[in-house]
Write a protein that binds this ligand. Structure first.
Ligand code: PSU
Ligand code: MN
Length: 304
């Protein structure tokens, strides 16, 4: 039945059938998270990093109404070129994009859904959605957090970005029963910087330890995912004052323009990149590659 709705790339299908490690990758980061052609180049390098660390990459997205678990380089190129014209597809959007046979770029939430349907347990990205600043008024809380509460996929990211309200995001994850693990750190990474002023729930120091907690959780039938927060490598990390002021300006501009809903995150990411003269884009690429590597190592241990 499910197969009627999923196109699993043959290489990915073979790996899954043999219980070999596979890492899911999202496509909104390609279409909405970075400009063309850097986005496509990065997406292909991320796949390469997964391979070099012993796992098979499965970039997930929707092409002409078909959910692809393992997009081809050609499909990645055309999605990256179309950029923000592709519909950002979260949980609520999936049935519409499929029924209308459209292209869809999957967010963390919808990538988790499709990965889970295919049987993939580990997913690498840059940043997850969260509770936005001012959410007390706007109610802007990413569907990614609700997905983490219910779908059994571990998401490797670079922590919580400070375009979000980090404290409220952590409170929300706690309420929803989603553990936040720090990889070799007890402080929560803040995406562009290695640390924030917040702690993680648990520090784990090896991919093997992470894989074994995942097994325990799911063998016990405890639903939901895990956030694996992996600090940005120091050579890519940004000056806190520089990044904080770019974020403050971007938030200001967003409010003046009255941007809300699904347009918020892409707007903020693009503005921050613009205001830091592309330095944040370099950081973003460095941390995604680093996350792909850790995710592959976790997948390798999980499949043992
Ligand atoms: N954060 C980033 N880069 C991204 C995103 C978030 O640093 O590309 C994307 C991801 O696809 C994430 C989505 O799932 O934005 C969250 O959007 P929203 O806040 O509208 O749920
Ligand atoms: Mn939102």
């Amino acid at each position: 039945m499910l197969e009627n709705y999923l196109d699993i790339h043959p290489e990915v299908a073979t790996a899954l059938n043999l219980d070999k490690p596979v890492v899911a990758l999202e496509s909104t980061i390609i279409s909405h998270g970075m400009p063309y052609p850097r986005n496509v180049d990065t997406a292909l390098k991320v796949e390469q990093a997964v391979r070099e660390n012993g796992a098979v990459p499965a970039t997930i997205g929707i092409v002409k109404g078909r959910p692809k678990v393992g997009m081809t380089p050609k499909e990645i190129e055309s999605l990256g070129k179309a950029g923000q014209r592709v519909i950002k597809t979260s949980r609520r959007d999936i049935p519409f994009i499929i029924t209308r046979k459209l292209d869809g770029a999957t967010t963390v939430a919808s990538t988790m859904i499709l990965a889970d349907m295919a049987g993939i347990k580990v997913f690498a990205t840059g940043g997850i959605g969260g509770v936005h600043r001012g959410a007390q008024q706007s109610f802007d809380i990413s569907a990614d957090l609700l997905e983490l509460a219910q779908t059994d996929v571990a998401v490797v990211c670079a922590g919580i970005k400070s375009i979000l309200d980090i404290g409220l995001t952590l409170e929300y994850l706690e309420t929803q029963g989603v553990p936040v693990v720090g990889y070799q750190t007890e402080m929560l990474p803040a995406f562009y910087t290695q640390e924030s002023e917040y702690g993680v729930d648990y520090q784990l120091d090896t991919p093997e330890q992470i894989a074994s907690v995942m097994k325990t959780k799911w063998k016990m039938g405890l639903k939901g995912g895990m956030v694996i927060a992996n600090p940005i490598p120091v050579q890519y990390s940004m000056n806190k004052v520089v990044i904080d002021s770019a974020i403050a300006d971007a938030l200001d501009e967003m409010e003046k323009k009255g941007i809300s809903g699904k347009a918020s995150t892409p707007f903020l990411l693009a503005k921050v990149a613009e205001k830091t003269a592309g330095e944040s884009l370099k950081s973003n690429i460095g941390l995604v590659l680093n996350n792909a590597k850790l995710a592959a190592q976790i997948a390798v241990n999980y499949s043992k």
